[in-house]
Every structure is written in C-alpha cells, then in structure tokens.
Design a protein around this ligand. Structure first.
Ligand code: NAD
Length: 298
C-alpha cells in the first residue's frame, strides 16, 4: 500500500504527514486551513480538494483531528472520507476521541466494506517530529498487519491493544494521568516558589526524585521556565481528553475524583483565556492566586 491520504495537518498531523512523505509514500493531504496544505505541498505532497477526494486517491487514509464531532463529520459527512473510498480502503484515526464515536464510525464503514482502526498517539509534537510516537491501536489483527509498515514511519512503539475502541480507551486513561500530573506539577512548583525556593533548584532536585514525572520533565525546561506557552498540547484538547475519561467513568459508575478536579483547573485556565495555549499554562492560574511566577533564574 503506497498511496496514503492525510487529513488534519495541525501540530501533530503536519509532523506525522511529513514523516510518511519522507518514508517514500505518495501522499495526498487535506485541511480546512489552506496554509497547512500549502506547507505540505511544498514538501512534495498532493493537495486534495475534500476528504472524499483524498480518499479516492488513497489506499489508507489517516485523520488527525480535534474531536469526535469533527472526525465523524470528516469521515461520514457530505464529501467525507467514506463517500470517496473504494471497498478495502483502510481509515486510520490518529485523533483522541470517544471509544463510542470510533465504534459508530467503524460500524457504518464496515457495512460498506471499508476498514477502520483507532490509533491514537502519545509523545507530543516532539515525538511526532522525530517519528518516535507511541501508537495504541484498536481493530482487527489483519488490518493492523496491513498498515504496520506505514505506522512505523510515525511511531517507534506500535501496540495493538484490542478490538475497535480499545486504542482510544488506553489513550483516555493515559491522558487522565497526564492532565492530573500537569495540574499537580503546577500547584507544587507555585507552592515552592511562594515558600522562597528557586524554580531551577526545585526542577533539578525533583526531576531526579520521587516527585518527578513526565509532566515535570516535558513542561519545565521548554515551557514554564521560559514563560513560553505556545502549544505543544493545547489546554482545550487536554480538557476534551479529560472529558473522554469522565464520560467513560460515568458509563461504568467509576468515581473520577482527581480527573474531575484536574478538569476544573483546566476550565479555570480556559476562563482566563489560555485555552489555545500549552497545558503547562495552567500554572498561570496558580501563579495568579499566589502572586508569584515560576521562571528560570538562569
Ligand atoms: P490541532 O488543532 O493543532 O490540529 C488539528 C487540525 O485539524 C488543524 O490543522 C485543523 O485545521 C484541522 N481541522 C479541523 N477541522 C477540520 C476539518 N473539518 N477538516 C479538515 N481539517 C480540519 O491539534 P493537534 O494538537 O494536532 O491534535 C490532533 C489530535 O491529536 C487531537 O485529537 C489531539 O487530542 C491528539 N493529540 C495531540 C497531541 C499533542 O501533543 N498536540 C498529542 C497526542 C494526541
């Protein structure tokens, strides 16, 4: 399978699409933002005029889109991917969406002999750029085997975790932890700063101690310490991912105490106007309350 389609060329999509292109595949792309398409065309991709047009030129179609409603519209809607697919085409959704939504898409597409797998990713913009993402796939084994060669160009850890929806379920659990850890890091660093500690000292010690975490390591040096909150991973998307976990927990009657609290902190950050900034910007809410700033002293 050499003809690949890619829809959604944002923070994650543009890097993943570039890696697929560099691996030698023939790539057709689409995004509602024209400049994102032009950028990929300058690297050698072909521009599709709609999701249906991309699908008609592809054996495998990837989507990397913001949420369930948009993925459903892009795949199932008018001029959507499904309307342009031939039988046997494989749709691979790399977005983080609800397991319920991907199962609905899978059911409708299966009836037309079009295959669907959920393949959400972890590793952020940096992992997407380096091609080292962790990919968690839900879907049939036969389909996963057919697409593993393309997935190898965007990820280094490719895990088939179960039937359709299983990938999105793992992703919801992972991002529940990321969101909760990010809020805890922000709260703790602000406390330390208010109590008179240097930000860099806290980072140097805690990153090598039992309080360390991915959230601290990934978000102190490049974001918090510099006061640079360009995404990265947007607060609006983290908020949505916590909702995926909260909805799943509600369906199963599992209390989600920390997840709901973390989501409220991201809600506060959105209310302050930080929704399009990186998740580390949640620290600005704690900083305002405590009247300190956690920035590098170097
Ligand atoms: P983004 O907002 O940067 O990119 C989304 C892209 O989709 C944009 O270019 C947008 O123009 C395009 N788009 C929106 N609606 C469209 C439509 N109807 N048709 C075609 N294109 C459309 O988001 P992102 O950070 O790249 O995230 C994409 C997905 O990956 C999300 O589901 C997110 O939760 C997930 N994710 C993000 C990260 C991260 O660190 N940013 C990490 C893992 C997973």
């Amino acid at each position: 399978m050499k003809k690949i389609g890619f829809i959604g060329l944002g923070v994650m999509g543009k890097n993943m699409a570039s890696n697929i292109l560099s691996a030698g595949y023939e790539l057709t792309v689409y995004d509602v933002i024209e400049a994102n398409v032009e950028d990929m065309v300058s690297k050698g991709a072909l521009a599709g005029s709609s999701p249906a047009d991309v699908a008609s030129k592809s054996e495998v179609v990837f989507t990397s889109l913001p949420n369930s409603a948009i993925v459903e519209a892009v795949v199932l809607g008018e001029n959507g991917v499904l309307s342009g697919c031939e039988e046997g085409t494989i749709i691979v959704d790399l977005s983080s969406i609800t397991p319920k939504s991907i199962r609905k898409i899978h059911k409708i597409c299966s009836d037309k002999n079009v295959e669907v797998v959920d393949a959400p990713v972890s590793g952020g913009a940096a992992g997407a750029e380096k091609g080292t993402l962790t990919i968690m796939i839900g879907g049939s084994k036969e389909v996963v085997e057919k697409i593993t060669h393309v997935l190898s160009s965007i990820g280094s850890k490719i895990n088939h975790v179960g039937e359709i929806g299983a990938g999105d379920t793992v992703k919801a659990v992972n991002n529940l932890l990321l969101g909760a850890n990010m809020v805890a890091v922000a709260e703790a660093l602000v406390l330390g700063k208010k109590a008179g500690l240097l930000a860099d000292t806290m980072y140097d010690i805690i990153s090598k101690s039992s309080g360390g975490s991915y959230a601290l390591n990934a978000k102190y040096d490049n974001y918090i310490s510099k006061g640079n909150f360009d995404p990265g991973f947007m607060i609006d998307l983290q908020y949505k991912d916590l909702q995926l976990a909260i909805d799943t927990a509600k369906d199963l009657q599992v209390p989600l105490v920390t997840g709901n609290m973390a989501q409220q902190m991201f809600e506060a950050a959105r209310a302050e106007g930080f929704g399009k900034e990186d998740i580390s910007a949640v620290i600005k809410v704690f900083e305002k309350w405590a009247d300190v700033e956690v920035r590098s002293e170097k």
